[in-house]
Design a protein around this ligand. Structure first.
Ligand SMILES: Nc1ncnc2c1ncn2[C@@H]1O[C@H](COP(=O)(O)OP(=O)(O)O)[C@@H](O)[C@H]1O
Ligand SMILES: [Mg+2]
Length: 505
């Protein structure tokens, strides 16, 4: 046999399409060619493969070797095809005997010595191998990463020789026991019972958590806004296995060591600095890499000091906020990353931070305050479901408050119950209900409809804010275990629309 065909997989966004590695060896002048439009990295793999084969005491065939990575028009990068290329050369040159190679998929970069090196992005690879019913042979350092893929058949290898021995002597590689990576859920780092007073803000945080609503907190410095935001992930429901897998797929693109540190089942919490660029936030580069909004997928994106972010950076969040995905187009390729995150933001009401604060004095001019607020566009703010004012507490409350407040676990239990109601009713969170779903899931009696229309007209609220009020009221009703939305639920929902910043007054 002078032809060998093995399977590997490319990486495009979080997709891992099949790549066939076809190697043909013929007579003629010695030559080693890799075709299939590989990028520079794949060309380098030629040198690594040659050295790895020689250093593993095999013969590198002095004939005409053509390796085709198909399909040719699929962008390929990285060294993940090395192992498949080296093996296919050994098979085509009959240094490895016949075997059911088509039942396997191979991932791994080779060192010049023949050692198998870890590669990034192997979670999407493993998910697809499992679906295809093939056995994955992967670098030993990636074994922990793929532990979240249930029913995956995998072998972990340290060296090219080990893989060869596996096929020539049968079963030399040990089936990796990798399900141990499924630890968790981990306790969140911060507990809600550290926050004194601020019962309204705590309530708002609970509602946001229950319905997956976005939340903007406005208030003077030092009132606990940052503190509250960091406690959101501790009251959110833990991720399902499916959600965990989606998140693991994204984190695996960041490199395998990042993934080993990620606590499974605990929702991601990302807090990018306000100097972050659009690319850092939304993703980009070549090949396209996920940004903060994708790393926050199924979790929380916290933007502290919101007006300090560049306006264009915030504007770039508008589309993914609606669609839950981000598409990154580069000349050569296009990649789609999931980005269904919950946005939490915090800001001061004015540059000095004390506008409207009864316990402080604001020194800002009207122009300064207006300029500050103009950094946020109306359409961007209109995508935030809840806005609350976090007031400064008198010092004696912070110092002497002995009131016992609920811990995160207690609040999380209520959030989980409310979230479960939503999934039973509509298979999604209230925040993600589409406008055309509202008539079905957020029904109001005629009296209540009249009540809502009246308030919307009085306060000249936008159509969007009308829909937001309905969804919020639905969440408040779910927290109260009520089938129908009642007036009290609507009234509370309205309070999260109007608590606003100086600019509106
Ligand atoms: N409600 C509160 N309960 C307990 N500590 C508080 C509270 N508010 C503020 N603090 C203390 O003040 C510090 C600053 O709070 P922070 O969350 O950074 O305020 P902000 O983000 O509103 O400026 C916190 O680290 C905490 O020690
Ligand atoms: Mg802060």
């Amino acid at each position: 046999m002078s032809l060998a065909i093995l399977f590997s997989r490319a990486q495009i966004g979080v997709q891992a399409p099949l790549v066939t590695v076809e190697t043909h060896i013929t007579g003629g002048l010695p030559r080693f060619h890799i075709v299939g439009l590989p990028e520079a990295a794949v060309k380098e793999s030629r040198e690594r493969v040659r050295s790895a084969i020689i250093n593993s005491q095999f013969e590198f065939p002095a004939r005409r070797i053509t390796v085709n990575l198909a399909p040719a028009d699929m962008p390929k990068e990285g060294g993940r095809y090395d192992l498949a290329i080296a093996l296919s050369i050994l098979i085509a040159s009959q240094q490895l005997k016949k075997h059911d190679y088509d039942q396997y998929e191979f991932a791994g970069e080779l060192a010049l010595s023949g050692a198998v090196r870890a590669a990034g992005g192997l979670v999407p690879f493993a998910i697809q191998s499992q679906k295809a019913g093939r056995t994955l042979i992967l670098p030993v350092d990636n074994a922990l990463n793929v532990g979240c893929v249930r029913h995956l058949k995998a072998y972990a290898a340290k060296h090219l020789l080990e893989v060869c021995a596996h096929f020539s002597k049968e079963g030399m590689l040990l089936p990796e026991v990798i399900s141990s990576a499924l630890v968790g859920p981990k306790q969140a780092d911060f507990d809600l019972n550290d926050v004194k007073g601020q019962s309204q803000a705590r309530r708002a945080l609970e509602i946001a958590a229950a319905g997956e609503h976005s939340l903007l907190m406005v208030g003077p410095p030092g009132t606990g806004k940052t503190m509250l935001a960091h406690r959101l992930s501790g009251i959110l429901p833990p991720m399902s296995e499916e959600e965990t897998l989606e998140v693991a797929a994204i984190y695996s693109l960041q490199g395998h060591t990042v993934l080993n540190k990620q606590p499974w089942f605990c929702r991601p919490f990302r807090a990018p600095h306000h100097t972050a660029s659009s690319v850092a936030l939304v993703g980009g580069g070549s090949p396209p890499k996920p940004g903060e909004i994708s790393l926050a997928h199924q979790g929380v994106l916290f933007l502290d000091e919101l007006p300090e972010f560049q306006r264009c950076v915030l504007e770039s969040l508008r589309e993914p906020l609606e669609s839950g995905v981000v598409v990154i187009s580069r000349a050569a390729q296009q990649a789609e990353f999931p980005a269904r995150f919950q946005l939490i933001a915090a800001m001061n009401p004015c540059p000095c931070g004390h506008y409207g604060n009864p316990l402080g004095q604001c020194h800002c001019s009207v122009e300064q305050i207006q300029r500050y607020h103009h950094r946020l566009s109306g359409p961007f703010l209109d995508r935030i479901d809840m806005r609350i004012t976090v007031a400064q507490l008198p010092p004696q409350i912070l110092l002497n408050n002995t009131e016992i407040v609920e811990n995160s676990q207690t609040v999380q239990a209520r959030v989980i119950t409310a979230r479960t109601r939503q999934y039973h009713r509509q298979q999604q969170s209230n925040a993600h209900l589409r406008h055309h779903d509202l008539a079905q899931y957020c029904q109001l009696t005629e009296v209540l409809q009249h009540y809502v229309v009246q308030i919307v007209e009085e306060r000249r609220l936008s159509a969007r804010s009308y829909h937001r009020v309905l969804k919020l009221a639905r969440t408040i009703a779910d927290l109260a275990a009520c089938e129908a939305i009642e007036e009290a639920h609507l009234a509370e929902a309205f309070t999260y629309q109007t608590a606003l910043m100086a600019v509106d007054t």
